[in-house]
Design a protein around this ligand. Sequence first.
Ligand SMILES: [Zn+2]
Ligand SMILES: [Zn+2]
Length: 379
Amino acid sequence: MNFLEALFTGAKAMVKHIVGAVRSVVRGVLNEVGPPAQDRPAALGHSAADRFFQQAQQLADQERELAEKAQRDRKKTEADVQRLRQLAIERERVRAEMERANAQAAAQQLRERAGDTLLAKLDDDELSSNVGILAAKACPACAGMMRIRQGALAAETGQRRFYWQCTEPHHPPCPTIKLDPSKHDAGVLRLADPDLDTPKPQRHAEWNRPDVLAQTHGRLRQHLGDDDKQVVCPQHLLPMKLLPKRAPGGRVLDSYEYVCLGVTAEGKACEHKVELQTMPQVAAMLLRTEGEGIIGAGIRVRTTPRLDPRPHLPRIAKPGAAASASGLEPVAGAKDPRHHAQARQQEGQRDAQAPAHADVGAAEEAPAKAADQVEHWVE
Ligand SMILES: [Zn+2]
Ligand SMILES: [Zn+2]
């Protein structure tokens, strides 16, 4: 029986079936992962990823120069067209190597840490925590790498929709593959993670505590402008940056997105984005970047009696109260690197700073946008 659905870096594997003892599932997955490749060092560290990103950046820079030249001259010479073609070929080479390195690193980490993993049933929070991350999973159409995307909440069920999306820039795009955690006997083999191991009702209650939301929002804002090397633009192969949305809603889950600073051959801003829409996404981002997610990261069950004599009143009545209550001042408008982007003129209003006010409750219920609807469903 085949177990392995996909591998992620950080000793994480999605498995198709949870049958039999955990140990037999782990053994089955390790069998499918296979032994380390002989032809190159097994452990590919950060330096390997950085090398690919540097190459991708050079290609993006040259492409940007050509786009600027074309706009200036109002035409492309035959030599420019040739050069663009060469850059595209070069990028495909970088892509293939990056995917291979990523797959090897993911496999190696699982081999090394398999003994520390646990097997969790796949649910929407598990899926959400991996949204936008490159997975070692081959696209059935072209064998390219895939990643999980999430769509809107389904009106009937209130469940969020998930799907696998190929990262190869084909036209038309490869079909997406629906991912339905409730329909499969699927699981995740991964290291312990308090955000996902805490029983669902309890973790949702924790994530939505006003003080936790405020603290989380403050931590998240400190990463504005940062590259996330796990969230890569499928077009430009560049790490995407966490930035405020064009029209931030002001809450943790409706204000931020990963964007790519690359430009298209026509000189337009790259359209690839990964919105930060759920608390599992935020928790996973904090875990990747700070080594601690939300639950368990200095969030303690309140043991000291409150001085506030009104225990059942909402704690946040006015903007700003939550942030100061948690002792964390929000870091408004951190470094905004977009002035480097050539496409910035079209983006004027996106340079608006992060909202200065704090969250007001129920951030998780932020409505998803129609634009997030998935187009190509494949069962
Ligand atoms: Zn594909
Ligand atoms: Zn891009």
